[in-house]
Design a binder for this molecule. Structure first.
Ligand SMILES: *[C@@H]1O[C@H](CO)[C@@H](O)[C@H](O)[C@H]1NC(C)=O
Ligand SMILES: *[C@@H]1O[C@H](CO)[C@@H](O)[C@H](O)[C@H]1NC(C)=O
Ligand SMILES: *[C@@H]1O[C@H](CO)[C@@H](O)[C@H](O)[C@H]1NC(C)=O
Length: 434
């Protein structure tokens, strides 16, 4: 009897130990997956748009010069990602849809695994959303997103657990924490949103591409409001929201608001958004935290233009088995958010968000470096007319304050900061001085 009673007690405590161990494991995994700014106060995102991956080396390239055809395949797309990862060492890689081009992929699961292989083997966290071509092979949209979620090192999610009803697959958000052991280590100082912009209209009276539905906008609104509330509460309560960046595939109708006088980059084809406006741009303006939106879909457009405080950006086409333009390099977009540093040397909230693109040429040439957003400190005097300097190529120099000035010495001069060395603030030893 006594023994008989001991056994359940023992197993209960064993169970408790097991449950505790399991929850520690979950906490540890959670901690491992928490994205945060590095000790350099920066967080860098590489955007890869429209890989259009199919069957690998048997899949030919499109729109390269005839002389390049016989040596060009999906493998060139893979090689470009590998070079980009080595050159930029991003903290996160975001694939914004048409990751595979279904009709030409004989086995969707195999194509997806091959397409993301360079990201997986880099050990850098990565995420993906769906385009309009991902489901055209052997997997449905849900099937594609489920396969992606099961791959290694991805932070992609099928859909948010808290949204019971939501359209599409692959709507989720990521919180980027402040620097470890800084005052902001437990706060999300940068918020990333990922949405499924659909494929094609299923409403008979509406033709063309899909759009972001009310259910998705409602989830975005609630998430944005919750993040704002957390950012405003203790410790380190902040006024206003942390900046947000939004990634999806199909551009919004508002991308058509620009011409070459007010965007950076090029527009070489029309804006292929849905034929209706579902109001997501207005929803984002209202939420107040979104500073930039990043899409793909139109491979020959790679511009950023600002409308009502939100930068609308294309990445430009990346993949070789995607339509493009011979002689116009395949490309990718990089975004870097930088934190403010207090006089005491403590890392604070996000101070600026910058972007540039890199071309798949022998030098991975960087072009169109520009500031997307910067925090305007209360009571700060506006910079003189010619500041900040607009540079075509980033020429980073490090100020004596440890801040990187991406447009080189003139940029630092505008900020009134003496230059300490060439290069980003965390690379290269002191070499030259302005
Ligand atoms: C594709 O890759 C091959 C092998 O590295 C290379 O020789 C060729 O120039 C590349 N083609 C293009 C269009 O970049
Ligand atoms: C952040 O959270 C951890 C764990 O809950 C806690 O030990 C630490 O003191 C917190 N740090 C700050 C700056 O709030
Ligand atoms: C860009 O400039 C054009 C005129 O060149 C103007 O029609 C358009 O409204 C401008 N767009 C924005 C967003 O300012």
């Amino acid at each position: 009897m006594v023994v008989g009673r001991k056994i359940p007690y023992l197993s209960l405590s064993q169970l408790l130990v097991a449950v505790l161990a399991f929850s520690y494991l979950i906490v540890a995994l959670g901690a491992q997956k928490q994205l945060r700014f590095g000790q350099n106060g920066k967080f860098k995102i590489l955007q890869v748009a429209d890989m259009h991956f199919a069957d690998g080396k048997t899949t030919p390239c499109l729109d390269v010069f005839p002389s390049q055809m016989h040596t060009c395949s999906d493998i060139n797309t893979t090689a470009f990602i590998e070079r980009m990862i080595r050159a930029e060492k991003p903290d996160l890689i975001v694939f914004t849809g048409d990751n595979i081009v279904g009709f030409d992929a004989t086995d969707a699961a195999k194509s997806l695994s091959a397409a993301f292989a360079p990201a997986i083997s880099s050990n850098i966290p990565w995420v993906a959303v769906l385009g309009n071509h991902d489901q055209e092979s052997t997997l449905s949209r849900e099937g594609v997103m489920k396969h992606i979620v099961g791959l290694q090192n991805t932070l992609s999610q099928l859909n948010p657990a808290e949204a019971h009803v939501i359209d599409g697959f692959g709507n989720y958000n990521l919180e980027i924490g402040g620097v470890e052991n800084s005052r902001f280590q437990n706060k999300s100082v940068l918020n990333l949103y990922f949405l499924d912009s659909g494929d094609y209209s299923t409403v008979p009276s509406i033709t063309g591409y899909g759009w972001i539905k009310p259910s998705q906008q409602f989830w975005f609104q609630r998430t944005s409001a919750n993040l704002r509330r957390a950012y405003a509460s203790k410790p380190e309560p902040q006024k206003g929201p942390a900046p947000g960046l939004v990634y999806f595939h199909i551009p919004l109708p508002e991308f058509a608001s620009f011409d070459s006088s007010n965007f950076t980059g090029v527009k070489q084809e029309g804006i292929s958004s849905a034929s209706v406006n579902s109001g997501f741009f207005t929803t984002m303006v209202q939420a107040g935290d979104v500073k930039a939106v990043f899409t793909g879909h139109d491979h020959l457009n790679d511009f950023c233009g600002e409308l009502t405080g939100i930068q609308l950006c294309y990445a430009g086409g990346f993949g070789y088995h995607a339509y493009g333009k011979a002689g116009w390099s395949r490309r990718a977009r990089v975004v870097v958010a930088s934190l403010e540093k207090s006089e005491k040397g403590d890392w604070g909230p996000v101070k600026s968000i910058k972007t540039w693109k890199r071309l798949d040429d022998p030098y991975l040439t960087a072009i169109d470096g520009q500031a997307l957003w910067s925090k305007s400190p209360a009571g700060a005097t506006p910079a003189p007319e010619e500041c900040p300097i607009a540079c075509i190529l980033p020429h980073p120099v490090c100020g004596v304050n440890g801040v990187t000035y991406w447009c080189g010495c003139p940029d630092a001069l505008c900020a009134g900061v003496p230059v300490f060395k060439f290069g980003e603030s965390y690379t290269a030893r002191p070499t030259h001085f302005c």
